[in-house]
Design a protein around this ligand. Structure first.
Ligand code: SF4
Ligand code: SF4
Length: 55
């Protein structure tokens, strides 16, 4: 299991520094490396749009 980022991402950047394993990549829509995510939920906790969520 991993978290994913949906197309409601507004690229605010809030999630990236919260990730303990640094598996979030910047972009027009941010993305999560599914092989590295440990499903901690920190990104979902700070995302203002609910784009980061459990898979
Ligand atoms: S759930 Fe945790 S490990 Fe996975 S991308 Fe979000 S902050 Fe990183
Ligand atoms: S916190 Fe949410 S809206 Fe902001 S970059 Fe991350 S996924 Fe996108």
């Amino acid at each position: 299991m991993a978290h994913v980022i949906t197309d409601s991402c507004i690229a605010c950047g809030a999630c990236k520094p919260e990730c303990p394993v640094d598996c979030i990549s910047e972009g027009p829509i941010y993305s999560i490396n599914q092989d590295e995510c440990i499903d901690c939920g920190s990104c979902a906790g700070v995302c203002p749009t609910g784009a980061a969520q459990p898979e």
